[in-house]
Design a protein. Structure first.
Length: 171
């Protein structure tokens, strides 16, 4: 077992503009809650061909996945009143340029939670990591994600066979 003294500190919890909505690091301690969240959302996550690993996730896969240190990426759970309702990641593609991924429990879509969570994540990326750019890929047909990115100020920059790439300047 790794020595806790040599483990990197988890990223800080992030507050959002929505009361009781926070982002905290997803850790092995979240395995049961994350598996339950994935299990409830298998169809929701994979309806456009995305999140195939999550669609097929087993409890063992989740435990292994969350036991791996994501550094230099950031892996956050989106929590409403402490309950896990989604995930938002920041992917260190070529710092200060980052990629992003996010998803919410289907029962919580449409309430502004993803907008608030991503706003807090990208503010943290700019302030704490010196991020200058964030990129996102959206599978064709995912109109909710396109709408979210548009609200956040992303612009479409490229169109590929299966997805569209979006860019947000944090400068």
């Amino acid at each position: 077992m790794p020595d806790p003294a040599t483990q990197p500190a988890p990223p800080p919890a992030l507050t959002t503009a929505v009361p009781d909505l926070t982002l905290t690091a997803l850790t092995p301690a979240d395995a049961d809650a994350y598996y339950a969240l994935l299990d409830r959302n298998r169809t929701h996550l994979s309806r456009l061909g995305d999140y195939q690993e999550e669609r097929d996730a087993t409890e063992a896969w989740v435990r292994d996945h969350l036991s791996r240190d994501p550094a230099p990426d950031l892996r956050y759970g989106i929590r409403l009143r402490g309950r896990l309702i989604g995930r938002a990641d920041l992917i260190a593609v070529d710092p200060p340029r980052y990629g992003t991924g996010y998803w919410l429990d289907e029962a919580h879509v449409g309430a502004g939670y993803a907008t608030a969570a991503c706003t807090a994540l990208y503010r943290h990326a700019a302030d704490a990591l010196g991020a200058t750019d964030v990129f996102a890929g959206v599978t064709h047909g995912n109109t909710r994600s396109v709408a979210l990115l548009t609200r956040l100020g992303f612009e479409q920059v490229a169109d590929f066979a299966d997805y569209t790439r979006f860019h947000l300047s944090l400068r």
